[in-house]
Design a protein around this ligand. Structure first.
Ligand SMILES: O=C[C@H](O)COP(=O)(O)O
Length: 324
């Protein structure tokens, strides 16, 4: 499976009027979802022989992230350098992928760091994603959250990760959630918008499904699980519910919406499970950066280690074969 670097094929979601009948009709069979999620890790759709190719793909769909109170411009510049060249030169050579010009899908930072990241990524084609709207709690005055979105776009962010107000979901105020999301959509202008649901704080899988639908109806281009700051972040059951909402929304409107699991995904083997889930649930199109991203601050290191093992294993196997 060749890795493609395609940052320009984003489908823009025009949204639709809020349909409360659809929202009310959303049901989730929690035990069926949990059963399916439990089998995902043991499925073999990523064959061992192809693991290196899948790990390279995981890099190409990664929003390489730093969202820390002690972020500095220097740290962001180093992160951007890593996004341009995610793997060490010797590994790139050993894997025979020098011609791929592999990069991460995007770099994800706070608003304050957008300009620095944009400058550091100039000419690379790698977009900058900004977490705006009072990330991670979204409890600053609404007009300031909207202003932050506008400022991030002005500073050069091509993608905005907004955070929804959890209380609208917890109180079932779908109109308020729709209006909030639609306002952010508008404020994003040409930038693509990812709606962070903060699923660990939404109370139930049914609420996750209903919030997913409302955000897509209001124009979200992507739905994203978590900020990475909730007590529970991306999980497989939550992800299954969200990708199935994406499938239902596509059946209803024809529109393809992206998915971004984020928070706590730091192991290469977990990334492989997510990729195979996307392929099985939504199909091949959802393995591309315009429809799938990992939000992750520490996944790349583990992928690099696994690719090293892959190369070393291959060489030692070739060596043994040579002397037998
Ligand atoms: O949006 C991305 C997340 O904040 C990253 O979370 P993480 O630091 O747990 O990988």
């Amino acid at each position: 499976m060749p890795v493609t670097q395609d940052h320009g094929r984003f489908p823009r979601n025009p949204g639709m009027p809020l349909d409360l009948d659809v929202v009310a009709s959303v049901r989730v069979n929690t035990s069926a979802v949990e059963r399916r999620a439990a089998t995902l890790g043991t499925r073999r759709s990523v064959k061992k022989d192809h693991q290196a190719a899948w790990l390279l793909r995981a890099i190409s769909v990664m929003d390489l992230t730093t969202l820390s109170g002690d972020d500095t411009r220097g740290r962001v510049r180093r992160l951007c350098a890593k996004a341009r060249h995610p793997l060490r030169d010797d590994l790139v050579e050993a894997l025979g992928i020098a011609d791929l010009n592999l990069t991460t899908g995007a770099v994800c930072v706070y608003h304050e760091m957008v300009e620095t990241a944009v400058a550091a990524l100039e000419g690379s084609g790698i977009p900058v994603a900004a977490v705006s709207t009072g990330f991670p709690e979204a409890l600053s005055p609404f007009h300031l959250r909207v202003k932050e979105v506008e400022e991030s776009v002005r500073a050069g962010a091509q993608e905005i990760d907004i955070v929804i107000s959890r209380r609208h979901v917890l109180t079932g105020d779908w109109q308020a959630l729709y209006d909030e999301m639609a306002t952010y959509r508008e404020a994003c202008g040409p930038a693509h918008v990812k709606a962070i649901l903060a699923t660990g704080q939404l109370g139930s899988l049914r609420n996750v499904a209903r919030a997913s639908h409302v955000c897509m109806m209001a124009g979200a281009d992507f739905i994203k699980t978590s900020t990475g700051k909730e007590p529970v972040n991306a999980t497989l059951p939550v992800s299954l519910v969200m990708v199935r909402a994406i499938r239902d929304y596509q059946a209803m409107t024809g529109q393809m919406i992206g998915f971004k699991p984020a928070g706590g995904i730091s192991k290469a083997k977990d990334a492989l499970v997510y990729l195979s889930m996307m392929k099985e649930e939504l199909g091949r199109d959802w393995l591309e950066p315009d429809l799938f991203r990992f939000g992750a601050s520490s996944l790349l290191g583990d992928i690099e280690r696994q690719l090293e093992h892959h190369v070393t294993g291959r060489y030692s196997a070739a060596f043994r074969h040579g002397i037998s």
